[in-house]
Design a protein around this ligand. Structure first.
Ligand code: ASP
Length: 337
């Protein structure tokens, strides 16, 4: 019988794009998406939950909304989806059973905001936006971030679902607690951070990144997603980048900032993603155990996508089509198995 990976590979070879009859969308033919300038607007995001997020983002742009509205509203889709166990509602909890969320947002004016270690709020991205717009700060954490959200009229809600508790218990049983890479591909279940970057028809760029972080992480652990320059970076003169995967590796190399700086120095988005992944491979000793996926979007409408391990998918909405692609990777076969 054809197994799931083989099926995905054949689907990719045939260039099948779009929905398959499973919980998770899978497809890919990366050749069609790289090395060209798309007409604006463009929305680019991580993993298959990016398809729904991109749809919502594009709706905002098409109805005349700003690029910052578009990125916020886009990532609110996976945040509000209880079947998505890595973002917002229904996210897998930390080692103590509490769901804690990280998010960041950055706009074309260079302004940025974030929240981390935030509990009981379905849409941390909206709190991050309020930090950006209503305070002189960039990052609020934990109880302070929650207090701020409540003061802004955002409602508190229990984020822990029955299904998330079940999945979390399975994670706790595992002897090897190293986070599983490409969760989505292995479990056919939505997983990992949503990082979404967008450019509108005026060539304005913005990005949003939101996650419940690693399943069963230590209490208090914060990942790359709320850290400007790590999980997300936008420079309206150059481009935008976002990251997913083992946040510690991205934080050690300031992955998204690195990608945008490389673009500033002349690299295409694809070259920049490849060089940044190479930097992680060269500098982070234990990188073989983990996955990192990087996405980049340039001011001129080119995109880039690259990962350490095979199996990183991204959603691209450009020129009227919203499709899923498989990124090229540094290693051609998994190095953590
Ligand atoms: N980057 C996220 C973190 O380390 C996790 C992920 O993308 O799955 O918190």
């Amino acid at each position: 019988m054809i197994n799931r990976r083989k099926f995905l590979e054949s689907a990719a070879a045939l260039g099948i794009i779009g929905a398959l009859p499973t919980k998770v969308l899978k497809a890919g033919n990366s050749k069609t998406s790289l090395g060209k300038s798309y007409k604006l607007p463009i929305i680019l995001s991580t993993w298959s939950h990016g398809i729904g997020a991109n749809d919502e983002s594009m709706k905002v742009l098409e109805s005349g909304g700003s690029v910052i509205d578009a990125v916020e509203k886009g990532v609110m889709i996976p945040e509000g989806d209880p079947n998505n166990h890595s973002v917002g509602l229904g996210g897998y909890p930390d080692i103590t059973g509490k769901v804690t969320l990280d998010a960041s947002i950055m706009g074309p004016d260079g302004n940025a905001g974030g929240v981390c270690y935030l509990e009981n709020i379905v849409h941390p991205i909206s709190v991050a936006r309020k930090v950006m717009e209503d305070t002189p700060h960039v990052l609020l954490s934990g109880s302070g971030a929650l207090k701020f959200a409540l003061e802004k009229g955002i409602k508190e809600e229990d984020l822990l679902t029955e299904e998330a508790i079940k999945g979390w218990k399975e994670v706790l049983k595992k002897e090897n607690k190293t986070p599983e890479i490409n969760w989505e591909e292995k479990h056919n279940e939505l997983h990992d951070t949503i990082g979404l970057i967008a450019i509108d028809t005026k060539s304005d760029l913005a990005g949003a990144c939101t996650t419940s972080g690693l399943a069963a992480k230590l209490r208090g652990r914060v990942g790359d997603s709320p850290i400007i320059g790590a999980g997300l970076y936008v420079d309206n003169e150059i481009g935008a980048a976002t990251a997913t995967g083992m946040g510690e590796l991205v934080m050690k190399t300031l992955g998204s900032f690195l990608v945008v700086e490389m673009m500033r120095n002349g690299a295409s988005p694809q070259e920049a993603c490849e060089k940044a992944i190479k930097r992680i491979v060269d500098k982070v000793l234990n990188h073989k155990k983990y996955q990192i996926g990087l996405l980049a979007l340039s001011k001129t409408g080119e995109i880039g996508a690259y990962s350490i391990q095979p199996g990183f998918y991204y959603a691209l909405f450009a020129e009227g089509e919203n499709k899923l692609f498989k990124a090229k990777s540094y290693y051609k076969i998994h190095t953590n198995q």
